[in-house]
Design a binder for this molecule. Structure first.
Ligand SMILES: C[S@@+](CC[C@H](N)C(=O)[O-])C[C@H]1O[C@@H](n2cnc3c(N)ncnc32)[C@H](O)[C@@H]1O
Length: 252
């Protein structure tokens, strides 16, 4: 798998907008991901990889102490400001700044597709204790809804670069001898937003962050026009019917 490094590292300049407008994760999805390590006398020790501004971290904190690892200083600054109780470390999925066998779960929100999978799996296997969880989560559009398919068409008609794996379809976690019992689950994640909120959120997607300004303007302008013309989205707040997809596997 070829990773576009420029896109993987494009988020920093948009960190404040990312923190303000991107969706979080529902408690039920995180609880399902952590289920194999819940119920012990101590809360699970959690590692959030590619933690960004802390969208997933915030939900993880309901279950146990979190170490957040993120390579981009702009994203990390947002996370530190919003979640000062979290241990936030600069680092990558390929070189995780954590001791061997030191965590019960490694979680990845909307970032697995940016990792070198062989190296990330080896690092997750190293830092997880036996029986620990590796889980990857993605917030996806609910394509069963007609206006959602329409808004994506309006936006993506301008896209000249391919979608990152996992943002349009959820990949399986690749096989690795240290992991077994892989499972997949979907959880509703409805988000209240406005047309401007959705446009601002879409503006923090990597393909638009690396696009030429005219492409960005056309894409976001097309989306704005579409939302203004639809009864579901043209008058103030509405519900964006997101779905959170979770892949989970266990450290042998
Ligand atoms: C789409 S954001 C997701 C942020 C956060 N987890 C969330 O759910 O909102 C992807 C994040 O992965 C980070 N990232 C990119 N390549 C990475 C790597 N090799 N290791 C760790 N993080 C990486 C980016 O800097 C960015 O913050």
């Amino acid at each position: 798998m070829d990773i576009d490094r420029a896109r993987a590292r494009s988020f920093g300049p948009a960190a404040a907008a990312y923190a303000a407008f991107r969706p979080g994760y529902p408690r039920a999805a995180v609880e399902w991901a952590l289920q194999p390590v819940l119920g012990a006398s101590e809360p699970p020790r959690l590692l959030d990889l590619g933690a960004g501004t802390g969208k997933l971290t915030a939900t993880l904190l309901e279950f146990g102490p979190v170490t957040a690892v993120e390579p981009d200083e702009g994203m990390l600054a947002q996370l530190r400001a919003r979640l000062p109780e979290v241990q936030a470390r600069s680092g990558t999925a390929e070189e995780v700044p954590a001791e061997d066998s030191s965590v019960d779960a490694v979680l990845v929100g909307q970032a697995w597709h940016w990792f070198d999978h062989d190296r990330a799996l080896a690092e997750a296997a190293r830092v997880l204790r036996p029986g620990g969880v590796l889980a990857a989560l993605w917030n996806s559009d609910d394509l069963a809804v007609e206006w959602v398919r329409g808004y994506r068409e309006a936006l993506y008609s301008q896209r000249s670069v391919p979608p990152a794996e996992g943002t349009d379809n959820v990949p399986a976690l690749p096989g690795h001898p240290a992991f077994a019992h892989s499972r997949h689950s979907r959880h509703p994640n409805p988000v209240r937003t406005t047309a401007e909120g959705l446009v601002a959120s879409m503006g923090t997607h990597s393909w638009l962050l690396v696009s030429e300004p005219d492409v960005r303007e056309r894409a976001l302008g097309g989306l704005r026009d579409y939302l203004a013309g639809r009864p579901e989205t043209s008058a103030g707040e509405f519900e964006l019917p997101l779905v959170t997809e979770v892949l989970r596997t266990l450290r042998k």
